[in-house]
Design a binder for this molecule. Structure first.
Ligand SMILES: O=C(O)C(=O)Cc1ccccc1
Length: 178
């Protein structure tokens, strides 16, 4: 089956797809809306969409999005979420000026970000932020993203496990066409 998620390879949506459907193919879309549209239109067989996080609460807009579409929630997949602060090889934490990530990720790493005193930049997804940090090649930019994103985009972990609570979980709705 083709499993739709919002984001780029290395996003927590991809990790949720691989956890819930280990033998199937995760397909990334730029937005949660586009992932749901791929399910409704028949391009994908399931969609896996985050709706609630244990630290930051509801993911804005997702419940309304699901309610507006001809889809059925067949399951909830709890995905453990661990963030690392990632930058290009050679960067140092005390040089970082800008940290980019999905708004939910920024909200789940409040303590770390305020301690660091950096400018926050919102991105469409955590892995997209990591890929942009790699492409920019700047020693002053970092992203909050997964270990898998670090490996895929060849970034270094400047600080590990930077979320506010160690047992951070995001709940993903597993959707099929109604
Ligand atoms: O951007 C991602 O990696 C996502 O899958 C969305 C998300 C963002 C932050 C926490 C959990 C899921």
């Amino acid at each position: 089956m083709r499993i739709a998620y919002g984001g780029h390879p290395g996003a927590f949506g991809e990790l949720a797809c691989l956890g819930r459907f280990p033998d199937d193919e995760p397909i990334g879309f730029d937005t949660f809306r586009m992932a749901c549209d791929a399910l409704v239109g028949g391009d994908c067989d399931r969609a896996v969409i985050p709706f609630e996080n244990s630290i930051a609460g509801a993911v804005p807009g997702v419940e309304a999005l699901i309610a507006s579409l001809p889809v059925t929630r067949i399951d909830v997949h709890p995905q453990p979420v661990v963030f690392h602060c990632l930058a290009i090889p050679g960067a140092r934490l005390d040089q970082i000026e800008v940290v980019a990530s999905h708004p939910m990720a920024l909200a789940e790493c409040r303590h770390f970000l305020s301690r660091l005193g950096v400018r926050e930049e919102e991105a469409g997804d955590t892995a997209g932020a990591a890929s942009e940090v790699a492409a920019a090649g700047s020693l002053t930019r970092a992203a909050l993203a997964s270990t898998r994103a670090a490996e895929l985009y060849r970034l270094e972990v400047l600080a590990a496990d930077v979320q506010d609570s160690a047992d951070n979980v995001t709940y993903f709705a597993v959707l099929e066409r109604a």
